[in-house]
Design a protein around this ligand. Structure first.
Ligand SMILES: C[S@@+](CC[C@H](N)C(=O)[O-])C[C@H]1O[C@@H](n2cnc3c(N)ncnc32)[C@H](O)[C@@H]1O
Length: 358
């Protein structure tokens, strides 16, 4: 055995074991969400395990052990004086309130969904071929939808769209819009509700996403949205769209160059492409040094985004951080776009927003 500095070894083992605890906690946090435990605690205030079990109609013994774990990891507060558990205001936002900007439950849902693919990922490392978005199951699509829904429902229309020159007036007057890679269609529905004169077409290649989108569109009751499976019914190359939106799609796609060319060909010369993609830096060294999201981004990349981008033998596999601004500028210019503007939008930690025009 090689010699180790005992203190350094202990510190490193401690760091790694915190990651193990984080892995376990993903499953336990998702259970708290799915069983309504956080929501019950949030609504009722301090409760003991019997009261929480009764309010959620669950077995007290299981609820008690879950509460102990949650208190140890400091997601739930414990009051020894009367043996009761409660959520801080911050915990309510992050764990119990899906509509809060700081809520992270969708992320837990996607992470746990990806764990199912651990058995088959070794083959991906050997063959180079990744899993498609649909291979990861509906829960993964649902988790992504929960991650992005709040921004798309509450902020996209009032806060972001007015930052693009003339866009709101265009949409009010009635134009044709494609939301490419629409996922569960939260963005498509949010825009369609506010701009009834415009026609929206959501495109996606994932059956899970399209099914979720169909249900969400029906539930919202919007009549100016249609859905296309982009595999059978791709973007037309007839310069017919006034606006095309992509929210976190390009870095995930197997052929981003072809997709960008298709976007250019289906957009009018006067049209706008609003592109949101993950904030990244051009090199790994820069991301390692200066990108606070690098660890989570590379983790999602191996398990989800790069994997999806490599799900065909000739896939590009850009990776979660691979469609950074510099790459976006180069690739869009190569596809025939001539104007590129970054839209400043600080509240979003993950995404950068680009206004791209022919
Ligand atoms: C990370 S998800 C984002 C979904 C949605 N825009 C959102 O913000 O919640 C990426 C989506 O892009 C879709 N996608 C990937 N490549 C595509 C392509 N070539 N055409 C249409 N959709 C595509 C995936 O199926 C997936 O639904």
């Amino acid at each position: 055995m090689s010699e180790h500095n005992p203190e350094a070894l202990q510190a490193f083992a401690g760091q790694v074991s915190a990651s193990v605890t984080g892995g376990l906690n993903c499953a336990l946090t998702l259970l708290g969400d799915q069983l309504g435990l956080y929501r019950s605690l949030s609504a009722a205030g301090p409760m003991n395990s019997a009261e929480l079990a009764e309010s959620t109609r669950l077995s007290e013994r299981w609820v008690r052990e879950w509460l102990y774990q949650q208190a140890c990891i400091k997601q739930i507060e414990y009051r020894e004086s009367d043996d009761r558990f409660f959520l801080s205001e911050e915990a309510k936002a992050v764990l119990a309130d899906d509509r809060h900007p700081a809520n992270l439950i969708g992320m837990f849902q996607s992470v746990v969904a990806i764990y199912d693919s651990v058995d088959t990922l070794p083959d991906c490392f050997r063959t180079g071929i990744g899993h498609s978005y649909d291979d990861k199951g509906e829960n993964c699509a649902c988790g992504i939808e929960r991650m992005t829904k709040r921004f798309q429902t509450d902020q996209l229309v009032p806060d972001l769209l007015p930052r693009l020159d003339g866009l709101v007036e265009m949409l009010q007057n009635g134009v044709k819009v494609a939301d490419v890679g629409c996922g569960g269609a939260s963005s498509t529905i949010a825009m369609a509700k506010v701009f009834p004169e415009s026609q929206f077409i959501g495109y996606d290649i994932s059956m899970h996403a399209l099914n979720r989108a169909r249900n969400n569109i029906n539930a919202a009751g919007v009549k100016n949205v249609t859905l296309h499976n982009a595999i059978d019914n791709p973007l037309p190359n007839d310069a017919s769209f006034d606006l095309i939106t992509t929210f976190d799609v390009i870095h995930d796609s197997t052929h981003p160059d072809q997709l960008i060319t298709a976007i250019r060909q289906s957009l009018k010369d006067t049209g706008i492409w609003l592109c949101a993609d993950i904030k990244g830096m051009p090199t790994f060294a820069e991301n390692l040094k200066d990108n606070p999201m690098a660890t989570v981004a590379y983790s999602f990349s191996v398990l989800m985004c790069m994997s999806a981008g490599l799900s065909t033998p000739d896939g590009a596999g850009l990776g979660t951080l691979g469609f950074h601004e510099q790459k976006a500028r180069t690739m869009t210019q190569e596809a025939g776009f001539s104007r590129f503007k970054t839209i400043p939008y600080d509240p979003d930690m993950f995404n950068a927003y680009y206004e791209i025009r022919p």
